[in-house]
Design a protein around this ligand. Structure first.
Ligand code: BJW
Length: 246
């Protein structure tokens, strides 16, 4: 059960007063930009592909060209997409809160940065670069129309892999500790557009609750978090954020 429930007006007031705000976003915030989520039953990326066939170290070693084709297609799609009102409302919130604002995203699409968010923490990496399998060097992908995968490392000549975090791989340690710190210290945390099934990201809101902070979820569907948080808005990201910010 929720630790104590808040009305939308009360939650909006807590958000206005908070000096430390942490936000976790998932695929749902980019749905309004036309990017499919992962687990949506009809249109989700994994309704069409089994994750273990494409998004795992084993799949990559078995068939790197196939995996790269999938990632290159998604890279093309995100570069053709535009940030939406939800991304932009988070930029507005960042300006309101100032220093104490942290944006943590599980998304690999780069849309928060393109909307103007200053320093989004990318927990699961990014589609916009490759990482050398041998030396770990990260390099940006060429523009989609000039990109023929797999890329070759400009430093050592070995094969590049998508610069993302697959299941069973560790998250970038700096990103994870920044996220844990932000959620631990947050007076108010927003959890937007994530099914909250994938750890460790799914455990971040619990840190805010444990420390006595308020957690507000925005998601058109209920999740395992919904009953634990003080307010769960059954809205799309842009509608829920507008209700809280305007
Ligand atoms: C809208 C909307 C709209 C729709 N507006 N909302 C503890 C317990 C149990 C298991 C584990 C654990 N710790 C670790 C694990 C194992 C594993 C894990 O969590 N497994 C679970 C499935 C049980 N985690 C890991 O392996 C992680 N590594 C790790 O922990 O390392 C330490 C370790 C190592 C070895 C052994 C053990 C531990 C790595 C996780 C990496 C996740 N990678 C992916 C792929 C990235 C690359 C790529 O893009 O291809 O990241 S998986 C995929 O899921 C992607 C996403 O970032 C992530 C989360 O998905 P998200 O964002 O929640 O999307 P959806 O589709 O699930 O949900 C969308 C939501 O939006 C829905 O709720 C909709 O309703 C909503 N929505 N429209 C707002 N308009």
């Amino acid at each position: 059960m929720a630790p104590s429930s808040l009305s939308v007006a009360e939650a909006a007031a807590r958000l206005r007063q908070a000096r430390r705000v942490a936000v976790l976003t998932g695929a749902g915030i980019s749905a309004e930009s036309g990017i499919p989520t992962f687990r949506d039953a009809q249109s989700g990326l994994w309704a069409r592909f089994r994750p273990e066939d494409l998004a795992s170290p084993e799949a990559y070693h078995r068939d790197p060209e196939l995996v790269w084709q999938w990632y290159a297609g998604r890279y093309r799609d995100v570069m053709a997409a535009e940030p939406n009102a939800g991304h932009r409302l988070l930029v507005q919130l960042e300006r309101q809160v100032g220093e104490g604002f942290s944006l943590i995203t599980q998304n690999v699409d780069g849309l928060h940065a393109r909307a103007g968010s200053r320093d989004p923490v990318e927990l699961h990496g990014t589609l916009l670069s490759s990482r050398c399998e041998r030396c770990g060097h990260v390099q940006p992908l060429p523009p989609p129309d000039q990109f023929t995968p797999p890329p070759v490392c400009e430093r050592c000549g070995a094969r590049g892999r998508p610069n993302v975090v697959w299941f069973g791989e560790y998250l970038p340690p700096d990103a994870l500790s920044a996220a844990e710190d932000a959620f631990d210290r947050a007076e108010v945390a927003l959890v937007i557009g994530t099914s909250a099934q994938v750890y460790p990201a799914a455990g971040l809101a619990a840190e805010t609750l444990r420390a006595g902070g308020v957690v507000i979820e925005i998601n058109p569907e209920p999740t395992d978090l919904s009953m634990q948080v003080q307010l769960s808005l059954r809205d799309t990201a842009s509608v829920g954020l507008r209700r809280l910010l305007e």
